[in-house]
Design a protein around this ligand. Sequence first.
Ligand code: ADP
Length: 533
Amino acid sequence: MAIALLSQSHWSPPLHPDYMPLTSGFDYPAAAANSAKRFRDLLEAAPDSILEVEPGGRIVLCNAVSERIFGYSRQELQSMTVEDLIPDSSRGGHHHLREAYWKKPTLRPMGSGRTLLAQRRDGSQFPVEISLSPVQAEDGLHVIAIVRDATERKAAEEQIREVNQQLAMRNHDVERANRLKSEFLASMSHELRTPLHTIIGFTELLAEEAEGPLNDKQKRFLQHVHKDSLHLLALINDILDLSKIEAGRMDLHRERFNPKQVLLETLTGMQQIAAGKNVTLEERVSGDLHVFADRTRFREILNNLLSNAVKFTPEGGFVLVSAVKEGRKVRFSVRDTGIGIAAEDQEAIFDKFRQVSSTTRGVREGTGLGLAIVKHLVEMHGGNIHLESEPGQGSTFSFTMPLDASGGREEPLVLIIEDEPGGRELLASYLNPAGIRTEWAATGEQGLAKALELVPDAITLDLLLPSRTGWAVLRELTSHPLTASIPVLVVSVLDEDQAALDNGATAYLRKPLKKEALLRALRQHVPARFSTL
Ligand code: ADP
């Protein structure tokens, strides 16, 4: 037996340099015995099972951990073959594997990518990790197998897998509950609005005294009904908006427009309430600025901020709207000389249903949803909202909207994302003579950066790009709030029409591409900019 052979010095461990003869009186047998002892100590101290196996598969050497993990005594192990430690089910083919290893013996892990199982004396099985390395012994090549009991690691992995699975399920449940809540709110709000419109309509009819005169008390009662119905309607509209936003069902319809026009209309609508409080409304916005945004939602943002500014500004106060260009955005500011907001409340007011102060009329009006909606709407446009305020001094709410990057350009712009210089030139030579400006990008990253910077009227996208694939670019283009509405025409040699359309492409054009097919696709899918082609 190997261990016995070892003690008989049959096996000669390599001499450590420390034990090499330095002088002519060196005691070689003593040094060899010392070296053998150190080797044995090392073997026994190893945390893993170490088995030395001869070509026939017989185990010739093992350590204490081997006894412990397999449940056999050292003597037993050293009379067994490695096949005896393998589960019955996989034992059959093992000798082929062993023979194959002997033909090409290298240091390597065994069964990489598979879960290896070993079998104990009592027939129970456990996962193991095994590394193999060849060693030269006196009777030829042996293999050292280092066997690690992977039970704990596998159990920990399994636990992590289970926890991950539970988390994914919980996430799914939370998302579903959230979606159901938003859908419920959306349908409830719808149901509530219809009767409310009837109440408001009839209240207004009655107040007109068309059906006969009302006494003062009746008029006062009717005014209460009317005012509270309007308040309820505003609340329901806000809830509907917010639930749509939260359910991801609010789409932006972007266009290029002059924000000053929308601002002037909003100020006109606000004028009466402001005049009633003797609050001056002013604007300082250049008529040359253009934004690329959803006009209705932009109006909603302005309306909310302006009505708050008027509501929270005392008699004789001042409200000013201004705008400045800030890179590729326009920053709008609504400044008032009102009651201001304490520092500790400045973050909370963007939460749903947060109201921190009474209005300057002493009543708590409003729904507490306005700023939550405004924040969402601004962020959906890729912008941000800031508040600067000091109690008693007033507040400035400022938010950004995307600048119309065309600078009011007349000729349409197409961004060509294509790595082949020849392909780019071909597309440009189709488009330029038709009065279409082109810009190009040779990689996905460049393409995304240019799309954000230029906000072109359309994009042509090759699917086979270096580094980031065209698919990833397509997904990012169609999901980024700033580029989602830009039509993407995929131009590719691949046969992936449906997959591209499913991933948000506007059209799929197969290479080799004909000039007329490209112009037709632009006319068809982007009529607003290319109808005259
Ligand atoms: P609402 O105005 O319907 O109450 P908002 O979400 O629009 O809801 O505003 C939340 C709260 O933020 C307001 O109730 C008020 O306390 C505070 N607030 C908003 N705008 C101003 C402002 N311009 N000046 C002072 N406080 C403001």
